[in-house]
Design a protein around this ligand. Structure first.
Ligand code: HEC
Length: 136
């Protein structure tokens, strides 16, 4: 009985320690964010493939997936007006792309994909500039 009690007490003493260590694991958080962000790459590569195959179903599906990603909590990395605008523009292109895919309009879908891709690069350039500012 005594022995079991000390085990229970020991576990209770250890718990906060465990929590402390798992809290301090920054890399875990940023890994999660990276995974979330890399979903964009997977979707956009799938869209490129669907464009070349004229697979409008896959095109619509991945465009919608991109649009929905922008509404997730994990997307809101910066709280600046510029970031919000970039996000909105990106979502608009994804929605245009999805609509074009639903209409089976390959020309319009291709154009929307190019616009979308430019917005990936624009936002990333903005983020990098912002990080440089912050590092100063
Ligand atoms: C509105 C802004 C915005 C747009 C648009 C955007 N991203 Fe990102 N992306 C981010 C942010 C913020 C991060 C996280 C950067 C960090 O953690 O330092 C990120 C991270 C990433 C990463 C992970 C990079 C790494 O270092 O691990 C990839 C891959 C990526 N984005 C791909 C894309 C692709 C592909 C698109 C277009 C389909 C896109 N992004 C559009 C803001 C954006």
């Amino acid at each position: 009985m005594r022995c079991r009690l000390s085990v229970v007490i020991g576990v209770f003493l250890l718990l906060p320690l465990l929590q402390l260590t798992s809290h301090g694991e920054e890399p875990n958080e940023s890994n999660k964010r990276r995974e979330f962000m890399e979903a964009k790459l997977v979707d956009s590569q799938a869209i490129l493939e669907s464009l070349t195959r004229e697979d409008f179903r896959a095109m619509a599906k991945h465009a919608q997936s991109l649009s929905l990603l922008t509404l997730e909590e994990g997307w809101q990395v910066l709280q600046t007006e510029e970031y919000l605008q970039q996000s909105r523009g990106f979502r608009r292109s994804a929605d245009t792309l999805r609509k074009a895919a639903e209409d089976e309009n390959l020309q319009a879908a291709t154009l929307a994909f190019v616009e979308l891709t430019i917005k990936c690069i624009d936002c990333h350039r903005y983020i990098r500039g912002n990080q440089r500012e912050a590092a100063r």
